[in-house]
Design a protein around this ligand. Structure first.
Ligand SMILES: Cc1ncc(COP(=O)(O)O)c(C=O)c1O
Length: 460
């Protein structure tokens, strides 16, 4: 008997919190209950989610950036169905995959200075690969990474994590990993000087905080790496594939890394995937002889579903001009949101590129707001942002999230299919919610008091 999955989903949907409390991560359920996001999402289409009552939401998280094409894109679905319907041999292992060859060829056409691709199953696995490849290719142990960096949560990737909240409880991590401030070239040079660093791994725009590189930073960093024999690795897992209005974010600054890491939206969000685009000389050091042909790899990487979805994703990015759309709608959104900064004392800065945008709040100057701000921020740093994200969700049906622990920046990471009407939806909603947060007393600060109560109970 074939179980009807859609019917199963709908039947058990009301139990999902109970199921997770019992069998999965109970703390996540507590978080969701506290912020009151229990609307029961039943369907996803394009940039929208639909709850159990058929209400439409604009999703600015896009599954942490995997749904660049929007959810359930018909071309990706067709590609996946076609793989299954064709009964392709898939993962023969004592053969090489046709679709992986084609996807590699097409990815490298977008970064012609690179020659080889290694496929993985996730972003973190791509990062692990970069660490291993860099050490193998250079014979050096060191890896340099930045404060606030996020490269995934497996052990190697976690060793390059710039936020202590993720690291705590899991030490000791990989040795020889050196943390430097982002945008600090002299710290980088100091770290590279002893010539024992294999790679500098950096996000062109940091996801945690939406931190932009200073003009010339990435280019100068790449030059320093070249001077000291260190590989320059761009983690484009979040910024790549059109997110910032270019195929790769490094293109904004004319940088050609030795390795480019991509994942997330590469499969249109349907199948886990990751990829490392790199230079031939690096590959040849790792896979140097026939008996080393399998020194690095993974059972499921290069699987036909992921590869077919990747091919379809590249096709959709081109046929629907989504990279151009990201650049255009991103500029429009950035402009409209930045125009609010002078009007609101709690709004500090709006920054980003394409459809990766950070809206940063900061402590106010007026007495009334300052007292309220201090009350909630002294309970839990970054809590203020919940006074924005919760009403955005409940009153305006916009799903968004803070850009990191203790952060005052809300991140917008929508599908690249965002329309002008969606931009208007976002701008009007932010305007209304930010305006409300300036009214003391008011609903926003009452919510703040409730959240303070929850936070104090959680800490006890
Ligand atoms: C820049 C960056 N690198 C690596 C990762 C890890 O990817 P994954 O969650 O697929 O392991 C992420 C995930 O958010 C990311 O944003």
């Amino acid at each position: 008997m074939t179980e009807d999955i859609a019917a199963l989903h709908d039947k058990r949907e009301p139990e999902r919190y109970a199921l997770h409390t019992r069998h999965l991560n109970e703390q996540m359920v507590r978080v969701l209950r506290t912020i009151g996001y229990d609307v029961g999402f039943r369907r996803g289409k394009g940039q929208y989610l639909y709850d159990r009552n058929g209400e439409r939401y604009l999703d600015l998280l896009s599954g942490f950036g995997v749904f660049a094409l929007g959810r359930n894109h018909p071309t990706v679905r067709e590609a996946l169905k076609s793989v299954l319907d064709s009964e392709l041999p898939n993962l023969v292992q004592m053969d090489v995959s046709v679709l992986a060859g084609v996807l590699a060829e097409r990815l490298l056409a977008r970064a012609p200075y690179l020659d080889k691709v290694f496929f993985a199953n996730s972003g973190a696995e791509a990062v692990e690969t970069a660490i291993k490849f860099a050490r193998s290719a250079t014979g050096r142990p060191g890896i340099v990474y930045c404060e606030h960096a996020f490269h995934g949560l497996s052990y190697g990737a976690l060793s390059l994590n710039g936020d202590d909240i993720f690291r705590g409880g899991f030490e000791p991590l990989l040795p020889d990993c050196i943390r430097i401030p982002f945008n600090d070239l002299s710290a980088l040079e100091q770290a590279l000087h002893a010539r024992n660093v294999a790679a500098f791994i950096v996000e062109p725009i940091q996801g945690k905080g939406v931190n932009l590189p200073a003009d010339g930073y990435l280019q100068a960093a790449a030059e320093l790496c070249r001077r000291y024999g260190t590989l320059f690795v761009a983690d484009e897992i979040q910024t790549g594939l059109g997110r910032t209005g270019r195929f790769l974010a490094v293109e904004h600054w004319n940088v050609e890394p030795d390795m480019v890491l991509i994942a997330k939206s590469l499969s249109g969000g349907h199948v886990p995937v990751g990829a490392v685009l790199t230079r031939k000389r690096i590959f040849e050091k790792v896979f140097s002889r026939m008996d080393r042909a399998v020194v690095h790899g993974s059972t499921f990487s290069k699987n036909d579903l992921a590869m077919a979805a990747g091919i379809a994703t590249l096709n959709v990015l081109a046929s629907e001009a989504l990279i151009e759309n990201a650049a255009r709608t991103g500029e429009r959104l950035l402009g409209a949101l930045a125009a609010m900064v002078p009007r609101y004392e709690l709004l500090r800065e709006v920054r980003g590129k394409g459809l990766m945008i950070g809206v940063e709040f900061g402590s106010p100057t007026s007495f009334k707001l300052k007292t309220s701000w201090n009350l909630i921020e002294s309970t839990s740093k970054g809590l203020f942002c919940q006074l924005i994200t919760i009403p955005l969700f409940k009153d305006h049906k916009i799903l968004t999230q803070v850009a990191g622990h203790g952060s005052h920046t809300i991140k917008l990471l929508p599908a690249l299919t965002l329309s002008d009407a969606d931009c208007e939806w976002i701008v009007n909603a932010f305007d209304a919610v930010i305006a409300a947060s300036h009214r003391v007393p008011g609903a926003a600060w009452s919510l703040g008091k409730t959240l303070v109560g929850h936070a104090m109970r959680a800490q006890n």
